[in-house]
Design a protein around this ligand. Structure first.
Ligand SMILES: *Cc1c(COP(=O)(O)O)cnc(C)c1O
Length: 433
């Protein structure tokens, strides 16, 4: 513990000030640490694989702004690009070269994307993708899977993972029943249930929305055949397959989950990594579908700051780096060592746990495994996870503050961070035994 007591007072009083003027003290619910206990720290700066708080503590950061920072904090490539743009202005509301470059890059890298529209968040992108899917098919219903998070637009707030699951809200007040009436909900990895539903009512469905790797209920991988099965069902019934790759895009593979699993959706939603840590989202897909979007077509979608020059500069810089060095195989090997190390430590203390890695995403559950759906994840020992989270944080390791979140790696995580994390885990495991 490095902070002086005066520093600690600064942290405490910030938390009090925050709670007085911001609902729950935070600008996004999971940041509040409510599901793991304790109070959040306030960040002073980020450096590579580390966050430094206002009290001077350093944390190995496995949250990485909830996914975007695959190059770690303050990577020179991203910072230089931002500095070069800054002196030329922050927003124009008129087209720029950088927007075209980012769109070209997404089209080049993501197999299902022939044309793309940039927006400001993943929420905005999924909301717009749903509108386009409904307009293109002339149908209103869509299927989503329990635990998949597609942002917080009304229609998607049905069993929406992470923040919502953590807070135990099956749904949210303020979402009218009529709005979610057209949202069908089934279990992730239950292909038979999806087949049955579409066999009966498939011609009413505009789309199936899915996180191809579920990262908002902890990390849950698609079972072999699940994504192919969804592709086949949607094709047969004239519905669109929409991959929400806001988290998996440029996290599991340079070509997204669709590149990794070889299943190409009609529409793809992106965010997080493509903005390099600035607010960005995007939705793209087959040209004939995207040409429905205004002003090429009749489906309205707009944004004052969309394609913002700072966001596109950061996004282009980060994606250019990824394109040049393609670090995902190396990250996955590192992640396997990390997860296997953690599972060994936990099992040595007699704590049942399981875990997975895919690309630069990883996660463990306090559950003997396998975990293939939200229901399985909910049967994990979340109170023990909360204890573990607190003990790891005390020892300088910042895991996602919820049992229902994936963790992330950056290219700046190395041997030192691996050792530090496993050492912290050995001590924490003894305490939570
Ligand atoms: C984070 C996330 C979103 C929402 O993105 P925001 O930028 O937070 O609005 C949507 N879908 C998935 C899969 C996500 O992980």
């Amino acid at each position: 513990m490095r902070g002086t007591s005066a520093d600690r007072d600064i942290g405490r009083s910030l938390w009090e000030r925050a709670q007085a003027v911001i609902p729950g003290g935070v600008n996004s619910p999971v940041r509040s640490f409510r599901s793991v206990g304790g109070t959040p720290f306030f960040v002073e700066r980020g450096e590579g694989a580390y966050l430094v708080d206002t009290e001077g503590h350093r944390y190995v950061d496995f949250v990485l702004s909830w996914g975007p920072l695959v190059l770690g904090h303050s990577h020179p490539a991203v910072i230089d690009a931002l500095e070069a743009q800054l002196s030329r202005g922050t927003s124009y509301g008129a087209p720029t070269t950088a927007e075209v470059e980012l769109a070209e890059r997404l089209v080049r890298l993501v197999a299902g994307v022939e044309m793309v529209r940039l927006v400001n968040s993943g929420t905005e992108a999924t909301m717009s993708a749903l509108r386009v899917a409904r307009a293109f098919t002339g149908r209103s219903r869509f299927l989503k899977f329990a635990g998949c998070y597609h942002g917080h637009a009304d229609s998607f707030l049905v069993s929406a993972g992470s923040g919502v699951a953590t807070l135990g809200l099956p749904n949210s007040p303020g979402v009218p029943h009529e709005v979610v009436r057209d949202t069908a909900l089934l279990s992730f990895n239950d292909l038979d249930a999806s087949r049955d539903l579409f066999a009966r009512q498939g011609d009413e469905f505009a789309a199936i929305f899915v996180e191809p790797v579920m990262g908002n209920a902890g990390l849950i991988l698609p079972e072999p055949g699940f994504l192919d099965g969804l592709r086949e069902i949607t094709e047969r019934h004239g519905a669109l397959l929409v991959f929400d790759e806001v988290m998996t895009g440029f996290r599991v593979d340079l070509g997204g989950a669709q590149g990794r699993y070889g299943v190409i959706p009609d529409l793809t939603v992106m965010g997080k990594v493509i903005g390099g840590g600035l607010p960005v989202g995007a939705f793209g897909g087959r040209k004939e579908i995207m040409e429905c979007v205004a002003p090429a077509g009749p489906v309205y979608q707009a944004g004052t700051l969309s394609g913002n020059p700072l966001a596109t500069a950061a996004g282009n810089a980060q994606l250019a780096w990824l394109e040049e060095y393609d670090p995902f195989e190396r990250l996955e090997k590192y992640g396997s060592r990390l997860v296997n190390g953690l599972l060994d430590v936990l099992s040595a203390s007699g704590i049942p746990a399981c875990g997975r890695v895919v690309g630069s995403m990883w996660g463990i559950f306090f559950h003997p495994g396998p975990v293939q759906s939200l229901e399985d994840a909910e049967n994990s020992d979340t109170s023990r996870f909360g204890l573990f989270h607190r003990e790891m944080l005390k020892r300088g390791v910042f895991l996602a503050p919820s049992a229902f979140e994936a963790s992330f790696l950056s290219i700046r995580h190395g041997e030192r961070e691996l050792e530090l994390t496993l050492k912290a885990a050995r001590e924490a495991a003894k305490i939570i035994q």
